[in-house]
Design a protein around this ligand. Structure first.
Ligand code: SF4
Length: 528
């Protein structure tokens, strides 16, 4: 069942039909704030009839032949497999250059596309390099799809700020940014099919002022923005009319200037009602006891904190401003506040990482475990668990680490095996992502060439890990893909202009400065 949290139009006399596709199953789509927020705008546009489509959609209301435009909301690199499968399922021409006058105009948006559109650009007539705000003008141009020539529409689209039309390349494209003072993003449809069933999610911040060197969420969202307290409370009130499950979302939720007031407000409501609150991730240096107690009072059992690296040296190098003392203090606060556990996120294979950094991560995990044992002796809480959740480092375009590629599989495997073996002995849960899938994501994140044929062939070969490895081997053997796309080829201080540099995030100069500092640090220690 679905509950719309806005007043839908009674009737429409649309000029065009559109599919808004989330390239994954419905439950993920209905949990995606960006997808739901843009759907609401399309749904409220009298000129557009819009149908939501997912990978598990059995039958569509619209016949594919009657669809004038198709938009994809892309959250993850791997979604591209599903996009290609959707093209096959509905018999849609995969490459934009082969589409005919009457074919639908197909575009995509989302952080993956904003950061590095090059690998995918042959699939789409245009790509949205911007946030939700760009859609308004896009809709205004697309509505004339039936009365204007395809090329005329594409030219008009290329004039919109934050729109990239590969056929009409521009020297610079500025990211179109939403004004969060004007509009706040929250769940617009509550669905019992959502991955976060009947949960009202509200975005309380976009971007992060901490600007860790690897972090796309921070470097792509400049300046970081927080909606006003009043708008957040208004949104929460709206959501609480329909559900008792609420979640606060943001890369750095505690950075909101009135975060304490928001928590106090929710805590007060929790005293009178049975409210379930969850928060995406906490900064380990800011987890104060009041916040933890509120989370527990509002039924949150565990929380996630991100350390990224185990050694102080490496945390400093990646600019994660976090000391060991703060980490251990957070464990104590989480324990005393009444949580049942903490998920601790780390990355393996960060630039400059050595075996010693991994050993220090293991030592830190042991210290966390002994801290918990020590606390448990004096408490009735005997079931507090920590889980180390790791993924391997994936370089991202538009961050100061964009020139720092991945370690080879052997080095990563060795370090992961060391942690698996030793953490297991200590009774510490350890989960880790797949090195090969992370390789795949890394290729898509930083490849500066078109990858459409490679991706189509990977889907033809099965769209699984085996297919990816097989296709990658074939392409490298035939000289169609450069092996060094994953591993270091150029020096870190390479001043080459990247294919993604035409996208102006507002931080291109800052990235250069940060990179100069990193290189000079490395020269100092003799690493370049
Ligand atoms: S603190 Fe977290 S969200 Fe902020 S820049 Fe660092 S990794 Fe990104």
């Amino acid at each position: 069942m679905e509950k719309f949290l806005y007043q839908r139009l009674d009737e429409k006399n649309p000029k065009i039909n559109m599919w808004f596709i989330y390239p994954a199953i419905e439950s993920f789509a209905m949990a995606s704030l960006g997808y739901l927020a843009i759907y609401k705008d399309l749904d409220l546009n009298p000129d557009i009839f819009v149908e939501r489509v997912y990978t598990d959609t059995k039958t569509t209301l619209l016949n594919p032949r009657d669809v004038d435009a198709i938009a994809f909301s892309v959250s993850f690199e791997m979604d591209i497999f599903n996009i290609i499968k959707i093209f096959d399922k509905y018999n849609i021409e995969k490459k934009a250059s082969n589409r005919k006058e009457d074919d639908p105009i197909i575009y995509a948006g989302g952080p993956v596309m904003m950061s590095n559109p090059k690998p995918y650009e042959e699939f789409f007539d245009f790509i949205t390099i911007g946030e939700k705000i760009a859609q308004k003008e896009i809709s205004n141009v697309l509505k004339d799809k039936r009365t204007k020539k395809r090329d005329e529409i594409l030219k008009l689209l290329s004039e919109i700020e934050g729109v990239y039309v590969p056929k009409y390349k521009k020297e610079k494209i500025k990211i179109a940014r939403d004004d969060l003072n004007e509009e706040i993003i929250y769940t617009t449809i509550l669905s019992d099919k959502s991955f976060f069933q009947n949960t009202f999610i509200v975005e309380i911040g976009r971007g992060c002022p901490k600007m860790c060197n690897f972090c796309l969420a921070s470097w792509l969202n400049i300046p970081w923005r927080y909606p006003p307290y009043e708008k957040i409370i208004e949104a929460l009130e709206k959501g609480l009319k329909y559900t008792n499950k609420i979640a606060l979302l943001g890369a750095y939720v505690q950075g909101h200037p009135r975060f304490d007031d928001i928590i106090k407000y929710i805590a007060k409501r929790c005293e009178k009602e049975d409210i379930e609150l969850s928060i995406s991730s906490l900064r380990a240096d800011l987890a104060d006891i009041g916040l933890i107690e509120t989370l527990v009072k509002c039924n949150q059992k565990t929380a996630t904190i991100a350390l990224e690296a185990g050694s102080q040296r490496l945390r400093d190098f990646i600019k994660k401003d976090l000391s060991e003392e703060q980490i251990l203090k957070t464990i104590e606060t989480a324990f005393k506040g009444g949580l049942k556990g903490l998920k601790i996120y780390v990355m393996i294979g960060l630039p400059t990482e050595g075996d010693n950094d991994i050993e220090e991560l293991y030592e830190l995990a042991k210290k966390m475990k002994s801290k918990i044992k020590e606390l448990a002796k004096k408490s009735s809480n005997k079931h507090f668990e920590i889980t180390l959740s790791a993924s391997t480092y994936i370089p991202k375009a538009h961050t100061p680490f964009e020139n720092f590629k991945r370690f080879d599989n052997k080095t990563l495997e060795k370090r992961i095996n060391f942690l698996k073996k030793n953490l297991h002995k200590e009774g510490i849960n350890f989960r880790v992502s797949s090195i090969e899938w992370d390789n795949f994501q890394a290729i898509l994140s930083i490849c500066e060439e078109d990858l459409s044929d490679f991706l189509i062939d990977t889907v033809k070969n099965g769209a699984n890990l085996g297919a990816f490895k097989k296709t990658l081997r074939e392409y490298i053997k035939r000289g169609l893909l450069d092996e060094t796309v994953l591993h270091q080829k150029a020096p870190f201080n390479d001043t080459k202009v990247h294919s993604w540099n035409f996208i102006d995030t507002g931080a291109n100069q800052l990235i250069k400065k940060r990179l100069d500092i990193l290189v000079s640090d490395l020269e100092h220690i003799g690493s370049v």
